[in-house]
Design a protein around this ligand. Structure first.
Ligand code: AMP
Ligand code: MN
Ligand code: MN
Ligand code: MN
Length: 278
């Protein structure tokens, strides 16, 4: 039995490989009842996804995954049920994409200098003119033969201490949660087990997040292990957070994450979708 809701996924509007339409079709075919689109720092795919989901009779949740700098590290905050027409949210995300454009040029310059030329152009090509992310650089580096796999690229080129790493200067936690709330949405800490935080630090993140008005916690994530479902469920229960579930699907090229395979939330969790109509 797999979960009927998938509240975290990407399309070509950010760093996924399926168009919003293809993503909704695949979700529907996989037996999902309610599907979100949560592209990084953009709302561009939402209209198309919503239209396709409507035609399929698939429940749709308009969302976004906002990049945040907190305590010197990058964390991701998913916004669910956001109004794509919110000017506050749109304006906030525009600033993030401006930073992304500058960062992409800077990553390209650094890789050029380190002896891996031409990545910026190829990464821009991979992004198809949409938002640019490190994922597009990863694909570019593989295409140019500088690395074997997208996984290997991150370790070798794109993380702290490596030649293509540029420090993120993302939204503040308060800002990101504020934009999501201004758009009528619900803020959720994305894949909380992925940040390598100690229990104390994670509790500090949760406290700051709740202080800002955040209410949700992604207990079940495509990037969490079985054990992590249960430890994250305990944090959610202890802190009074609503539980979310999302695959973080980026496309069929990642064979270890497929749509429609998420397990049910562990016992005792209150689903973030408890009062939603679909
Ligand atoms: P960015 O927001 O542009 O810094 O890119 C972050 C994105 O890169 C994440 O959303 C993932 O899709 C991808 N990513 C980050 N780390 C890895 C990794 N180790 N392996 C594969 N993809 C990764
Ligand atoms: Mn991504
Ligand atoms: Mn993320
Ligand atoms: Mn994601």
């Amino acid at each position: 039995m797999s979960l009927s809701h998938d509240l975290h996924a990407h399309s070509t509007a950010s760093d996924g490989t399926l168009s919003p339409t293809e993503l909704m079709r695949r979700a529907h075919a996989a037996g999902i009842r309610v599907m979100a689109l949560t592209d990084h720092d953009t709302l561009d795919g939402l209209e198309e996804a919503s239209r396709t989901a409507g035609l399929l009779g698939l429940g749709f949740v308009p969302g976004v995954e906002v990049s945040v700098t907190w305590g010197g590290r990058t964390v991701h905050i998913v916004g669910l049920q956001v109004d794509p027409g919110s000017t506050t949210l749109q304006r906030g995300l525009l600033g993030m994409r401006e930073f992304r454009d500058w960062r992409a040029e800077e990553i390209g310059r650094r890789l050029d200098k380190a002896g891996f030329p031409g990545t910026y152009e190829v990464a821009c090509n991979c992004s198809g003119g949409a938002l640019i992310s490190r994922t597009h650089f990863a694909r570019a580096l593989v295409q140019l033969g500088y690395a074997e796999t997208v996984r290997a690229v991150f370790k070798k080129f794109l993380v702290r201490g490596k030649p293509g790493f540029v420090e993120g200067e993302w939204a503040g936690l308060d800002e990101a949660v504020g934009w999501i709330r201004a758009a009528g949405g619900v803020a959720v800490i994305a894949h909380p087990a992925r940040y390598g935080l100690t229990r104390t630090k994670l509790r500090r993140l949760i406290a700051d997040f709740q202080q800002a008005g955040g209410v949700g916690f992604e207990v079940v994530s495509g990037s969490h292990s079985r054990d992590e479902y249960f430890t994250m469920a305990a944090h959610a229960r202890d802190c009074g957070l609503l539980a979310s579930a999302g695959s973080d699907y980026h496309g069929p090229e990642n064979p270890w994450i497929e749509l429609g395979k998420l397990p049910e939330l562990p016992p005792g969790c209150t689903p973030v979708w408890r009062h939603w109509s679909s």
